[in-house]
Design a protein around this ligand. Structure first.
Ligand code: SF4
Ligand code: SF4
Length: 380
């Protein structure tokens, strides 16, 4: 069972709902304890975020990768990605990000290599949706060139026209994102393994426009997810100072505070309940709850699996446990052997140093939830 399926629980709910509640608990508890044991013994990570590029046409104020964008460091080559794929013990779930991943014209080759040499079946790609034609073309080539169980595009939309264009710092970016969404919906009609999700960073404009935003996008019948703006200096606590990555979003007085986020949560829940199409899955609602709890209490409610299940590979080949911590090493210094790097002395040292930190990073919270019995009982 993959994290991806757990974010789309409706697919598995009919089976689970046939069981008596005590059997559901027994089933989830036993399956999950095996999964946790397997995860703790993994010699390579099972969820990997790969920054396949640092090129981007936009300059969003909330981008934590903004200082690294468009530098001249050579990107990972196809041959380097093939060597990396060959070192993976378990077929991981992959997220391709950047930068704007679709600026790499060989993105279909990257997917094909991961599929062929690492057995990857599940790929998500984050996009700003700024180049509809090229995105549609690349998606078609990926679907034709790789045998995937699921290809998911996560399209960033942070408001309606005025709010999104301002937040993304580019006039016309909303119109382009909507054109991309429409074109992707057409692809979805003919490909059962292709999925789309709208991902929004909660900012004050979205907060004010949320009712109109939901009304506009609900007709597309696409799941939506909401995240708080975060980086290593925003929504992260308890990391040893000598391990903080320094990846930082721009300071913006328009970031909502906890009370505004709680009001936002209430409104979106109401809207979701009132909609025929349930755009906010139970799993995503729980993730938002965990995020707000972390913001409020600054304590871990669930164990973090960064450095065990989760890994990040940057455009320059550096590998980190999460985007908030400093890298554990560089693939280019390790013959592209992620397995060796994952068991290195530096990796073991860092695992010992991140036992008590807490953050609002949605990807890592989702992984924690995917190994938590109570979450699965409620949202699976
Ligand atoms: S589109 Fe993404 S990578 Fe590009 S500047 Fe915005 S947040 Fe950063
Ligand atoms: S809680 Fe996990 S994801 Fe967050 S900073 Fe610590 S190690 Fe990284």
């Amino acid at each position: 069972m993959s994290v991806w399926y757990l974010t789309h629980p409706a697919a598995l709910r009919p089976l689970k709902n046939k069981l008596h509640p005590s059997l559901q608990r027994a089933l989830v508890g036993s399956v999950n304890s095996v999964r946790r044991f397997q995860a703790s013994r993994s010699s390579t990570p099972r969820n990997i975020v790969i920054f396949i590029t640092n090129r981007c046409q936009l300059r969003c104020g909330a981008c934590f990768y903004r200082r690294e964008l468009n530098d001249s460091v050579p990107l990972l080559t196809l041959d380097e990605i093939r060597r990396l794929a060959g070192s993976l013990k378990h077929a991981p779930r992959i997220v391709l990000t950047g930068g704007e991943p679709f600026l790499r014209e060989d993105i279909d080759e990257i997917c094909r290599i991961l599929n062929k040499y690492a057995g990857v079946k599940n790929i998500s790609i984050n996009t700003n949706g700024f180049m509809p034609d090229s995105i549609v073309d690349s998606v078609g080539r990926i679907l034709r060139g790789s045998r995937l169980d699921a290809l998911k595009l996560q399209l960033s939309v942070d408001g309606l026209k005025a709010g999104h264009d301002t937040f993304r710092g580019a006039e016309g970016s909303f119109a382009q994102a909507v054109a991309t969404l429409k074109a992707l919906k057409a692809i979805q009609r003919t490909h059962r393994n292709f999925f789309i999700e709208i991902a929004s960073l909660v900012n004050r404009t979205l907060l004010n426009d949320i009712r109109d935003f939901i009304e506009y996008f609900q007709e597309f019948e696409v799941p939506m997810k909401f995240s708080v703006i975060r980086s290593s200096d925003n929504g992260t606590w308890g990391l040893p100072q000598d391990e903080v990555s320094g990846l930082a979003a721009g300071a913006d007085p328009a970031y909502p505070d906890i009370d505004e986020l709680l009001r936002f949560q209430t409104v979106v829940r109401e809207l979701n309940n009132a909609c025929r199409y349930k755009f906010w899955t139970e799993f995503q609602q729980l993730k938002f709850e965990h995020t707000l709890r972390a913001l409020k209490d600054r304590q871990r409610a669930l164990p973090c699996y960064a450095g065990i299940v989760d890994a990040v590979i940057y455009h320059n080949g550096e590998v980190a446990f999460c985007e908030n911590t400093l890298p554990v090493g560089d693939l280019r210094d390790s013959a592209f052997d992620l397995r060796a790097l994952w068991s290195s002395a530096r990796a073991r040292l860092l695992r010992g140093k991140i036992k008590n930190c807490v953050c609002t990073h949605g990807c890592n919270i989702l992984t924690s939830m995917a190994y938590d019995d109570e979450t699965l009982l409620r949202a699976w």
